[in-house]
Design a protein around this ligand. Structure first.
Ligand code: SF4
Length: 75
């Protein structure tokens, strides 16, 4: 398992995470920021646990994010 976290209020809406891992990210039409699918908000840090098979795509999303607000942690 992997934990993915996004500090959502710092998102600049560049869409890179959606391109890297479209199964886990989408853009919000409401505020133009990306949404980490199925994540829960804890004081601005949106977090979800996912299977290892999502690791590679989300590592790429984290590496591409220009504001470095996507973090991955192995469980
Ligand atoms: S890559 Fe980072 S800044 Fe760009 S949309 Fe995703 S979370 Fe937001």
């Amino acid at each position: 398992m992997i934990t993915i976290t996004q500090q959502r209020d710092k998102c600049i809406g560049c869409n890179y995470c959606v391109e890297a891992a479209p199964g886990r990210w989408r853009m919000s039409k409401r505020d133009g920021r990306s949404v980490l699918i199925d994540a829960k908000n804890r004081r601005g840090f949106w977090t979800v646990k996912v299977g290892d098979e999502e690791g590679a795509a989300n590592e790429k999303a984290a590496a591409l994010c220009p504001v470095k607000i996507i973090k991955l942690k192995d469980l």
